[in-house]
Ligand binder design. Structure first.
Ligand code: BV8
Length: 239
């Protein structure tokens, strides 16, 4: 049962800013970032693989990891959490969805104008020019057809800057929103994890949805799976 005060707050919200993490895709069968290492990948640390240094030192291994993860995400479906967030976008005046996830599931569920804070695993980019590579990739370490440099997945690695537009749009939304929903994230990775602090500084009501709540200081904590809590939120707002 949702707190009545939270439902009232959402009903009167002008701008809801949502930050999602790997927990939103967990119920689709995509392992969360920290549990993602299973099977042959159990011996590798994602914090090493998801870095420019990791790619530079062994591009073939890093490509194998991303191809394995791509295979995962294209073979799963959006879950009720993704679908509920897409529905929520039509139930509040303005909803800004910022995702740390790179799996494209929010878009497949129908969410519009998704801000991909850490990029998208299904996009390929030239390592040197940064441009998107549309042509089919060939070989263990695909090369840019334009300049011959290695091609890389279009994600943001540790130690890399967040794409400027994504950063600016997300900071602006966190500063303007009157409700900030943090869903399915361990709140460990910055600057994404700092968005809630910006929202709080601007007097937004903050809400965490996580079966394993991570941080004190949220106004509301829904200690539940996103696939259950988000549809409940949507039902409480539906006419
Ligand atoms: C930056 C894309 C600066 C790649 C990802 C040293 C050197 C350099 C930087 C740093 C450094 N030390 C610290 C930093 C900053 C660093 C950082 O924050 N590190 C952390 C680990 C301390 N950040 C960066 O490097 C960022 N860039 O700082 O740049 C800069 C500035 C200018 C110029 C140059 C540089 C970039 C970070 C982006 C990294 N890329 N992903 C890929 O995917 O391969 S991050 C990756 O991990 C994910 O995208 C995600 O963001 C993160 C994992 O977090 P979560 O999504 O929260 O997932 P997690 O598994 O942790 O938690 C899941 C949660 O779900 C849990 O709480 C669980 O309870 C919950 N859950 C489970 N089931 C459910 C559920 N919730 C709801 N429902 C359920 N059913």
């Amino acid at each position: 049962m949702l707190p009545e005060a939270l439902v009232d707050t959402l009903r009167s919200a002008r701008h809801v800013c949502v930050l999602t993490g790997a927990g939103v895709s967990a119920e689709s069968g995509v392992p969360t970032f920290r549990e993602a290492q299973e099977g042959l990948w159990a011996n590798y640390d994602p914090m090493q693989l998801a870095t420019p240094e990791g790619f530079a030192s062994d591009p073939k291994l890093v490509w194998e990891w991303y191809r394995w993860r791509r295979e995962q995400v294209v073979n799963v479906e959006p879950n009720p959490a993704h679908i509920g967030l897409a529905q929520l976008q039509d139930l509040v005046p303005t909803l800004t969805l910022v995702t740390q996830n790179v799996d494209n599931l929010h878009q497949r569920a129908g969410s519009r104008d998704v801000i991909e804070f850490h990029g998208n695993i299904l996009v390929d980019r030239c390592f040197v020019e940064g441009c998107v590579i549309e042509t089919p990739l060939r070989g263990d370490i695909p090369l840019c057809p334009g300049c011959g440099a290695p091609v890389r997945p279009g994600v943001v690695w540790f130690g890399e800057a967040i794409p400027e537009e994504a950063l600016n749009l997300s900071f602006a939304a966190a500063s303007d929103c009157d409700v900030f929903l943090s869903i399915g994230t361990s709140s460990l990775v910055y600057p994404a994890a700092g968005l809630v602090d910006i929202a709080r500084q601007n007097k937004a009501v903050t809400v965490e949805v996580n079966p394993d709540p991570t941080r004190t200081g949220f106004d509301f904590v829904l200690e539940n799976k996103a696939g259950t809590a988000i549809p409940e939120l949507v039902n409480s707002l539906s006419p």
